[in-house]
Structures are given as structure tokens and as C-alpha cells.
Design a protein. Structure first.
Length: 446
């Protein structure tokens, strides 16, 4: 990250359009932050589940954890297609957080929420490019393992309506994530997996509050670092406001009030995140037009490169992202002509992300040796899932089950063929898709 640029124009980033100081913005952010999911802590049937989550909860990854990973990875520098695209998405997140903050200050809550959804998608697009396809697999496996541990505890000590509802939401979110990934929508798939993790952690409000408070404090320290040794007085006030909300979260935790702690921790995290994005990746509204043109040009270039590599008849693993890239690029160009800068940027970034995934899948700009090992492990996991699915299906599976098993095994054959041909990322994508089919089938059969 360009630290020189980070500190050369903080004054312009300290204020929203219209001159509203960031301190007032921080107060608005604090008042509007939604609280993470939590189940009634007085429900005695969840005590064993909470203990399970204390032991196993570290396997669950949330949106704020992914945000921290992205920032850490970009801080370490490095180039390549993935890092370049990730920095562009983080830059977009800076624009979006500024516009969302402005919208909240002027009472446009629905617009602010829509912009914040786009901001989250920008974070997750960055993560998908930097860490995928392995990240999706890692997150899903973590949720599935914790879900299994919770279900074992329920079998031992019982459940409740609230717990059953939460677990239904977990399964639905995992199923949606698999469908989205199959459609090439990596960022939205990541979002659904983190939602599944959120539902599980909601069964332990105290642990969830402690975890979010720790993450908020870490992000606040990053914001202070970006503010420099002699921060602007407005920043000093904002840091104090954020620190106060984190302290209130600590006090609520000490007082046995996990819901209040969650509210305060969420406020602190949101304020710190807004400052970090403004100081590290923010852009002023006047820059949107040029930013949109650059984004569309880059997406067009990446799409041409991806199309040239896959040819006229791309295999199944690459067809979905190629189609997504083309359709989003076309609409982005239309938005550019209509001077709908925000829509043009969002669609161009989505198209560029899909094209970049194709280029990485074909080993352009990747580390073949590292990915060969990852592909090998993914194939081995999917082969194990295939054996389990066959056992659960029995000797006379239904036609629908047989069709899904055959589809998954065909994908595994393609993965092995690609692996032997040295196409590591393509092998990984095939094995990942087969694994998704098999996991859903195993869940249904069991």
C-alpha cells in the first residue's frame, strides 16, 4: 500500500461532502450500527452449546476477520493480478464508505444500507481474489465442523426452538453459498458462509461480543497508525469516541450483559473501519467519473485476456465466471454512457474479478508449486466425500441421487485430468465444485 499517498491528503478525507466533520459522522455511525445475531443467553438449553463454541469457535471466520486478513495481506506488499485487483476493490470500499456515511448524515438510511452492502462486497471480492479458491473451502469446512460439534452436543443434552431455528439458518446459508459459488459469484458465496458462522456464534453471545471487541480494538489501532504521530484534532476526537465505545463493551462484558457488549463493540468496529477506509483507500466524489472509466477499461482488458485463453468452448469450471464477466461488463459500459458512475464501478469490478479468477485458474501470474499442493489436497478431500456419499446412498440409490453422484464423479475425473496436465487451479476448481455437490448430498442423505 502506498503509505505516502495515505498521509498526504488526510484533511480532505476527514470530512464528508457538505462539510460534516468526521466526529459527527462517528456519532451517527454509532447510533446506526446493527447488532450481530445473538440467542437469548438465559436459555439454559444452550449452556452446553456455548461451551462447545468456546472450544471450537476459533474455526469460524466472520466478515471482520476477512477484512483484517485483506488489510494484512496488502500491507505486506507484493504484486500480481490478484493483489492489483484487491487494491482496486479496497479503493472502491473507501469510496462507498464515504458515500454511505454521507447518506446516514442526511437521513437516507436505505441508500446508506445499500451502499454498505456494496462496500462489504468490495471487501469480499478483495478476499476472493487474494485467497480463493482456498478461502471458500477453508471457511465452509470450519462451519461444517463446528456445526457437527454443536449437533453432537444437542444429541447429548437437548435443544430449543431458538437453537433449532439458528441451525436451520446455518444450513440454508451453506446451501446458498454452494449455489452462489457454482454460479461464479465468489464474493456473495463468501458472504453467505460468514453468515452461517454468524448464526453459530450467535449461540454464544458473550464469546461473540468478546471476539468482536478484540477485532474492533485491533482495527482502531490500525486507524491510529494511519492517522500518524500527530493526527488531525478531528481524528483525535474520533479515536476517543471509538475508544469509549470499546470500553463500554468491556464494561458490559464484565457486568454479564453480552447483548449490550455486542452493540458497543459493533459501534466501535464500524467507526474504526470507516476511518481506516477513508485514510487508506478513500476517494472524493469528484474522482468518481475518472475512476469509473478506468474501472471499465481495466475490466474490458481482463475480459479480452480471459476470453483469449479459454477459447470458444470453455470447460464447465470456467464457463460461469466467463459469462458473468461478459454480462457485467456490458451493463457497466451502459452505465458509463449514462454517467451512472457508481453502478459502472461496481459492475466493472465484478466483471474484472470474474476475469481475474479465470486468469488465475489458468495459472497466469500464479505460484504453480504452491497451488499444485492445494489442488492435490482438494482432490483428496473430494475423493473422501465421494466414498462417504456412495456409502450413504446405498446399493440402490434413487435416480436423482445417482445423477448427482455421477455429476460429482465426472467433476473429479476432470480434476484429476487437469492435475496431471499441470493445470493446478483448474483442477482445484473442478474438485471444489464436486465437493460442493457431494457435501450437499451427504447432508441430505444423513
Amino acid at each position: 500500500m502506498d503509505t505516502a499517498k495515505t498521509h498526504t491528503r488526510p484533511e480532505g478525507l476527514l470530512r464528508a461532502r457538505g462539510g460534516a466533520p468526521l466526529l459527527a459522522l462517528a456519532l451517527v455511525l454509532g447510533a446506526c450500527e446493527s447488532t450481530p445475531t445473538a440467542i437469548d443467553p438465559d436459555d439454559s438449553t444452550t449452556e452446553g452449546i456455548r461451551m462447545t463454541l468456546v472450544e471450537e469457535g476459533h474455526r469460524l471466520v466472520l466478515v471482520e476477520d476477512i477484512e483484517a486478513r485483506v488489510l494484512d495481506a496488502l500491507d505486506q506488499g507484493g504484486g500480481g493480478l490478484a493483489a492489483e485487483a484487491a487494491r482496486e476493490h479496497l479503493h472502491d470500499a473507501g469510496i462507498l464508505t464515504s458515500e454511505a456515511d454521507d447518506a446516514r448524515l442526511t437521513g437516507q438510511v436505505e441508500r446508506a444500507e445499500r451502499l454498505e452492502d456494496w462496500m462489504t462486497k468490495s471487501w469480499l471480492e478483495s478476499a476472493a481474489l487474494l485467497f480463493s479458491p482456498g478461502l471458500q473451502d477453508e471457511l465452509r469446512v470450519g462451519v461444517e465442523e463446528v456445526l457437527e460439534a454443536v449437533e453432537r452436543e444437542i444429541a447429548r443434552s437437548g435443544s430449543s426452538r431458538a437453537v433449532d431455528q439458528a441451525l436451520r439458518q446455518v444450513r440454508l446459508a451453506l446451501s446458498s453459498a454452494a449455489d452462489l459459488q457454482a454460479d461464479g459469484q465468489e464474493a456473495r458465496a463468501l458472504l453467505m458462509v460468514t453468515r452461517a458462522a454468524e448464526y453459530l456464534l450467535g449461540l454464544d453471545p458473550e464469546g461473540r461480543a468478546a471476539r468482536l471487541t478484540a477485532r474492533a480494538r485491533a482495527l482502531l489501532e490500525r486507524a491510529r497508525s494511519l492517522g500518524g504521530d500527530d493526527p488531525h484534532p478531528v481524528l483525535v476526537d474520533v479515536f476517543e469516541a471509538a475508544e469509549e465505545t470499546c470500553s463500554l463493551a468491556d464494561e458490559a462484558l464484565d457486568g454479564g450483559l453480552p447483548r449490550e457488549a455486542l452493540e458497543h463493540a459493533a459501534r466501535c468496529h464500524r467507526i474504526a473501519r470507516s476511518v481506516v477506509l477513508r485514510l487508506s483507500a478513500g476517494a472524493r466524489a469528484e474522482e468518481l467519473a475518472e475512476h469509473a472509466r478506468t474501472a471499465v477499461d481495466r475490466a474490458s482488458d481482463l475480459h479480452l485476456r480471459a476470453g483469449a485463453l479459454v477459447g470458444e468452448e470453455p470447460d464447465e469450471a470456467l464457463a460461469a465466471p466467463l459469462t458473468l464477466a461478459a454480462s457485467h461488463l456490458e451493463v457497466a459500459m451502459d452505465a458509463l454512457e449514462e454517467e451512472a458512475w457508481r453502478a459502472a464501478i461496481a459492475l466493472a469490478r465484478s466483471s474484472a474479478a470474474a476475469s481475474t479468477r479465470i486468469l488465475l485458474a489458468l495459472n497466469e501470474g500464479s505460484d504453480p508449486e504452491a497451488f499444485a499442493l492445494r489442488a492435490s489436497k482438494a482432490i483428496t478431500r473430494s475423493e473422501g466425500l465421494a466414498v462417504m456419499a456412495r456409502l450413504l446412498a446405498g446399493s440402490t440409490p434413487s435416480p436423482l441421487v445417482s445423477e448427482r453422484l455421477e455429476r460429482a464423479e465426472e467433476g473429479l475425473d476432470r480434476a484429476l485430468f487437469s492435475y496431471r496436465a499441470g493445470q493446478w487451479r483448474r483442477a482445484f476448481l473442478h474438485s471444489l465444485r464436486s465437493g460442493d455437490i457431494l457435501r450437499r448430498l451427504i447432508l441430505e442423505l444423513s
